[in-house]
Design a protein around this ligand. Structure first.
Ligand SMILES: C[S@@+](CC[C@H](N)C(=O)[O-])C[C@H]1O[C@@H](n2cnc3c(N)ncnc32)[C@H](O)[C@@H]1O
Length: 315
């Protein structure tokens, strides 16, 4: 199709990142017009069992996503029916990509823990954390952008999340508010160059791609990490995720953490999903720490958006 119309430098990078067989999957991901609709059951308000019963009563066919606790897929054409349902309006389930549910799914959190969501708006993952904690103890959700912060507030309210404190400071200044070793678990779903948005059917998005933006984001990600890592307790976990393909914002960041924070180790992520791959160990002239292969890359594909997740433990 029009794959060759994408920026030649972008294509060169994609060719470096993916193997030949995977490239075919990647291309189809960029060409996909309409994916299935996926959602997450808000367990604060309902249960998988309730939602399944309800969809069955409406003769809407659905598929449970095996590797996620509360995720379902329905045909996009059915979406207009679901969107009108009393249940959707009352936020018993929440539209959320399959892949965007992975970072929180991987968090080992329980009701006694204090969790920091470093860059939280519009609140997909904050509300998932609250659901997972069943609204117990505490989630601190931070967001710098004023407009997005209002969206975060709305999500939290609609989904009945009652254990969240919303704050708004530049993540590089969180250390001014919190002492070292305050949090048991930190999610850093980083601001990134968002290459997931590149779709061949939406021409207004992809001409704006450029490598400078990647560099700018990578710099910001490292700066934020420098300031949030000390806030994590010993034995605590850090989840790092992005929705971009660029190794500078993924592998290079993990490499940066491993080189600069000697008390951090990468945890192996195993996910039974046909589009998951380990992270790559070299890009351009750079070679990364071999432990990086423990992290998870989801290929661009026809079924789900792509995503990148790394999980660390502070030892
Ligand atoms: C990938 S989005 C987060 C998505 C969110 N975790 C979710 O699942 O709904 C990254 C967010 O980081 C915010 N951000 C950018 N720079 C920031 C900074 N210096 N401090 C805090 N947040 C920042 C952006 O406004 C954006 O909302």
């Amino acid at each position: 199709m029009q794959f060759e119309k994408l920026d030649p430098r972008f294509l060169e990078r994609i060719n470096q990142i993916y193997s030949k067989p995977d490239l075919e999957i990647v291309k189809s991901g960029f060409e996909t017009k309409k994916r299935n609709t996926t959602f997450r059951v808000n367990t604060i308000k309902s249960s998988n069992e309730n939602e399944e019963k309800y969809l069955n009563s409406l003769w809407i066919s659905f598929e449970k996503i095996g590797f996620l606790s509360n995720a379902y897929k329905i045909n996009a054409l059915n979406w207009y029916r679901v969107a009108n349902l009393r249940w959707f309006i009352s936020w018993e389930f929440y539209l959320q990509w399959i892949t965007s549910q992975i970072p929180v799914e991987l968090m080992d959190i329980n009701e006694w823990m204090t969790v920091l969501d470093v860059s939280a708006a519009p609140g997909w993952k904050t509300s998932q954390i609250c659901s997972k904690l069943n609204n117990t103890w505490k989630v601190v959700a931070n967001e710098l952008n004023t407009i997005r912060r209002e969206k975060l507030k709305a999500t939290i309210k609609k989904q009945w999340c009652t254990n969240v404190e919303i704050i708004w400071i530049d993540a590089r200044e969180l250390w001014k508010k919190y002492k070292n070793e305050t949090f048991d678990s930190i999610l850093f779903d980083a601001p990134c160059s968002a290459e997931w948005r590149i779709n061949l059917n939406e021409e207004k998005i992809w001409p704006s791609w450029d490598e400078e933006n990647i560099k700018k984001n990578a710099k910001l990600q490292k700066e934020i990490l420098d300031f949030i890592i000390p806030l994590l307790k010993k034995w605590g976990e850090l989840i790092y995720s992005t929705c971009t393909l660029a190794p500078e914002e993924n592998e290079e960041i993990v490499d940066y953490i491993l080189s600069n924070f000697k008390d951090f180790e990468v945890q192996k992520i195993s996910l039974d999903y046909m589009f998951s791959r380990p992270w790559i160990t070299k890009f351009n002239w750079k070679k990364y720490n071999s432990e990086i292969t423990n992290c998870l890359r989801i290929l661009p594909n026809i079924e789900s958006e792509w995503f990148f997740v790394a999980k660390f433990k502070k030892i």
